[in-house]
Each structure stands twice: as structure tokens, then as C-alpha cells.
Ligand binder design. Structure first.
Ligand SMILES: Nc1ncnc2c1ncn2[C@@H]1O[C@H](COP(=O)(O)OP(=O)(O)OP(=O)(O)O)[C@@H](O)[C@H]1O
Ligand SMILES: [Mg+2]
Length: 194
């Protein structure tokens, strides 16, 4: 599958734990383009697995995403992103800058999901399946949420064979000449609230 990524844009990786989001991001994007929830959990708490750091970690992640998008930099969100309320603030940050949002959904067969999970974080089966259902349920609603293009990787082969191609697009300046300093950033800060 050819995955065409407008550059700049916001890329949401969507899928349960172990689906291969981080592996995919590492393979297809620059390290600085990828904002990973694990990395931000580690930055705020010294431990990427500490779930009670989620609120601080995601706030910091959204802050950096806002800065990158404001500067017209391609930004990849490496988090499960399986719930509409998780995706909403990221989509808003891109749309306020008129940047397209691309979703790459990992919808792998159950057997693959379970085997990966066992070897990876070994989350409880019900947690994993809830995440997987969330990813599947997101498919019909992503467009309504503002996502312009949805790519579904539904097998290990599809993931393996995926080709990511960037397509440069024109962007409007972050702050139009003559705009009082701060006008744009106030709007962005409002979007940062959880
Ligand atoms: N294409 C692939 N083929 C085979 N194994 C893979 C593939 N992608 C990832 N894996 C393996 O699956 C495991 C989970 O991958 P990865 O860490 O990329 O998942 P993730 O979606 O980022 O999970 P999490 O949401 O928990 O961070 C790793 O052990 C990785 O080596
Ligand atoms: Mg990961």
C-alpha cells in the first residue's frame, strides 16, 4: 500500500498496544518528527510505564505538537489514539493551522495482536481487546473528526509492504505579517487544555 503523506501534516498512528506503531514510526519517519506518549511519560516521570503520568505527559506532548505544527513541521503522534477524545486535541491543533490529518490504523488479526502483546507489554487481554475494538470503531468516524485520509494496515504483510511517500504542500505562514504577537498562540494554548 502506498501511504501518501502531505508534508507538512499531522499523522495519527492508531492501534492497540503491540500493533507496531513505534516500529513503523521508526522505520518511516525521522526521530524528531515522532512524538511518542512513552517518551513523554519518561520525560515527565523518568518511567515510560507510569500511567498516572498520563495527564502531564499528554499535556507536554500536545504542547510540542502545537509548536511543531505552528512551524509547519510534519508531526507523527505515536500513541494508541483509539478513542475520539484522545484524537480530538491533536486534530484540532492541525486544523487550526489548515494542515491535513492522516490516520494510519493498525487493524491486525486477533492472533497477531495477542502474540505481540504477550511478547511486548503483556497487558490484560480485556484491555488489549478494548483498545483493538476502539481502533476498529474509529474507522467509520475518522473522516467526520476531520481526518482527510485513512490508511488501514490489516495484516503483517500490509505493514511490511507499506510504502510511505511524502508530498510537499504549501502552508500558510504561522503568523500573518502585522498580526500582533501572541494572537495565534493564545488560540493554540486554549487547544492544549485537556
Ligand atoms: N512488522 C512487524 N513484524 C513483526 N514484529 C513486529 C512488527 N512491528 C512490531 N513488531 C514487534 O511487536 C512488538 C510491539 O511493537 P511496537 O513497540 O512497535 O508496538 P506499539 O504499537 O508501539 O505498542 P505500544 O502501544 O505498546 O507502544 C515489538 O516487540 C516489535 O518488535
Ligand atoms: Mg509504542
Amino acid at each position: 500500500m502506498l501511504i501518501e503523506i502531505p508534508d507538512p501534516s499531522l499523522v495519527l498512528l492508531i492501534g492497540p498496544s503491540g500493533a507496531g506503531k513505534t516500529t513503523f514510526a521508526r522505520r518511516h519517519f525521522r526521530a524528531t518528527e515522532v512524538l511518542a506518549s512513552d517518551a513523554f511519560r519518561a520525560l515527565v516521570s523518568d518511567d515510560e510505564g507510569v500511567k498516572d503520568a498520563d495527564s502531564d505527559a499528554f499535556q507536554a506532548l500536545r504542547f510540542v505538537a502545537a509548536k511543531r505544527l505552528r512551524r509547519g513541521r510534519l508531526t507523527v503522534i505515536d500513541a494508541t489514539n483509539v478513542r475520539p477524545r484522545s484524537r480530538r486535541p491533536f486534530v484540532a491543533l492541525a486544523l487550526v493551522r489548515d494542515l491535513p490529518v492522516i490516520a494510519v490504523v493498525f487493524d491486525l488479526p486477533q492472533a497477531v495482536r495477542q502474540a505481540r502483546n504477550l511478547a511486548h507489554r503483556a497487558l490484560p487481554a480485556e484491555v488489549l481487546e478494548q483498545q483493538a475494538r476502539g481502533a476498529g470503531d474509529s474507522l467509520p468516524v475518522l473522516r467526520q473528526e476531520g481526518v482527510s485520509q485513512v490508511y488501514v494496515l490489516d495484516s503483517e504483510q500490509a505493514v511490511e509492504e507499506a510504502i510511505v511517500r511524502r508530498r510537499p504542500i504549501a502552508v500558510r505562514p504561522a503568523i500573518a505579517p502585522g498580526t500582533p504577537a501572541g494572537t495565534a498562540s493564545v488560540r493554540q494554548l486554549e487547544l492544549l487544555e485537556p
